[in-house]
Design a protein around this ligand. Structure first.
Ligand code: SF4
Ligand code: SF4
Length: 480
């Protein structure tokens, strides 16, 4: 099935023009006349008609020359052809068995000692659960680990380089520290596997000497949430009594920093920071805070936008100017904090754009295949992603993966996007995934608000990115 021509033209701050070809991922510099030709051609006007229109502005010889040049680059790089339909059929069972499960994530408790205002479990998000006092029993955790090791055993033999990874997630996972300790001992005793990567995402308030030493000794990759200066952080990240957590988190980070430095273990993982920002954040202030703190500089694992969709956390009045403000502030903070700038403002699809693997590996977009990652809730039910609600279980520790339901989810998602997105000229840049398409019906549906925002912001991002590249052609040498 063929659909329409899939490219768009954009300009940079210096006034230079480029064309982005969605089918190949190629971005090519073009002249002003080429830009006008391509814009008209995209509306499927004939070459003769395009020439007639442009002859009012340019001399015919020049137009002919530029049409020839476009034909040349088009045949050389296979640009400006009708977009092919996304490849939607894949045998999940076969793919998962071949690749194994990348990561096991144990949701060790649904409880948390904080009540962050933007938390996905705050009750402001229509699809998601709220905080509860549920804790994962040790037997469920052990069975999950056994399932993970058994499933991957064939894969480990054929791909010994692949590192197994077990993550502990919540709520606040350190509220179930005993289980975490038990699981590490269980894995060591039963599987004798030294190179497991353990990860934990914590709010940092419960870290003490004992916990820090255990995590550091077992080479955990520790991710701590910290949103910047006290004002920025405490605006959202508060205890249940509404008091800010900034002071406690920072103190614990200093302890962790010291213990890590004293640790004699070679190849140890260094703790990382996760920062969230929302429509009220002052990003320049956030950036300054991290740059000027010796414990925190260059420690970021991720910086995430609180996406104002399907939530009552902020009103629609807050949402509208949000994207514009982001663009301006990130543009200004770029010179100060290149690393965070690249990974947050532009998102991973832009760095992948430069490596081209995106196009080879994933013919559709950035989403994963159900089962490539395994999230287990406190009752032992399997879920495909930690960013998703519990409304789409894909199996459990007793019966394993339910491939029938996984195929149904996959089909529901791809059928919806292949209908909705087939003519879209930014589809390869759009990172819409299962988590954005959850719907009360139990199917997956493209959210029209997210779609419209992506259609306008993705070309704008590309234009900003190329404006920066013109200033600094080595941008990606440091970032990738
Ligand atoms: S620490 Fe995490 S789980 Fe707890 S309230 Fe804050 S965002 Fe939610
Ligand atoms: S969701 Fe919208 S922007 Fe994204 S690929 Fe589909 S049509 Fe394009």
């Amino acid at each position: 099935m063929l659909s329409s021509l899939s490219y768009f033209v954009f300009s940079t701050k210096k006034g230079n023009y480029y064309v982005y070809d969605n089918e190949t991922g190629i971005v090519y510099p073009i002249t002003e006349i080429q830009k006008e030709i391509l814009e008209l051609y995209r509306h499927q006007y004939s070459i003769e008609y395009i020439k007639n229109i442009l002859e009012k502005k340019y001399i015919p010889k020049e137009i002919d020359k530029e049409i020839d040049n476009i034909k040349l680059i088009s045949s050389k790089y296979k640009l400006f052809v009708p977009q092919s339909a996304p490849e939607i059929h894949c045998n999940i069972e076969e793919v998962n068995k071949k690749k194994g499960i990348r990561q096991l994530i144990l949701v060790v408790t649904e409880n948390c000692n904080l009540r962050c205002k933007y938390c996905i479990y705050s009750g402001h998000y229509e699809m998601h659960r709220t905080h509860s006092k549920n804790y994962m029993p040790i037997e469920i955790a052990k069975k999950s680990v056994d399932f993970y090791f058994n499933y991957n055993s064939e894969y480990i033999e054929t791909n010994p380089q692949n590192q197994l990874c077990i993550g502990f997630y919540g709520g606040e996972p350190l509220l179930n520290f005993e289980l975490i300790k038990n699981i590490v001992h269980y894995v060591n005793a039963k599987y004798n596997q030294n190179d497991i990567l353990y990860t934990i995402t914590t709010n940092g308030t419960l870290l003490n000497d004992e916990k820090i030493r255990f995590l550091v000794d077992n080479n955990f990759s520790i991710n701590i949430s910290l949103d910047g200066s006290q004002i920025e952080h405490d605006r959202n990240r508060v205890y249940a009594n509404n008091l800010g957590t900034h002071g406690d988190v920072l103190e614990n980070i200093k302890k962790l920093y010291k213990i890590e430095k004293e640790s004699k273990k070679p190849n140890k993982n260094e703790f990382k920071i996760m920062t969230c920002f929302d429509h009220k954040s002052n990003l320049l202030e956030v950036s300054d805070f991290f740059d000027n703190n010796v414990y925190l500089k260059n420690r970021h694992a991720r910086i995430m936008k609180i996406i104002p969709d399907k939530t009552t956390y902020c009103s629609s009045d807050d949402k509208n100017p949000f994207i514009k403000k982001l663009h301006t502030q990130f543009q200004q903070s770029y010179e100060k904090n290149k690393q965070s700038f690249i990974s947050t403002f532009f998102g991973p699809q832009y760095t992948l754009l430069f490596s081209r693997d995106f196009y080879k590996v994933n013919p559709t977009r950035g989403n994963c295949i159900p089962g490539s990652k395994l999230v287990v809730d406190y009752q032992g039910n399997f879920h495909m992603c930690d960013k998703m609600s519990n409304n789409y279980p894909i199996g459990n520790i007793h019966t394993g993966f339910n491939y029938k339901i996984m195929k149904q989810f996959m089909n529901s998602f791809y059928e919806n996007i292949s209908n909705h997105c087939k003519d879209c000229n930014v589809s390869r840049l759009c990172m819409l995934c299962f988590a954005n398409c959850e719907d009360k019906s139990g199917e997956f549906k493209v959210d029209k608000t997210i779609c419209e925002r992506n259609k306008s912001s993705l070309p704008m991002n590309l234009s900003n990115l190329y404006s920066l590249l013109e200033e600094n052609p080595n941008l990606f040498n440091d970032a990738i």
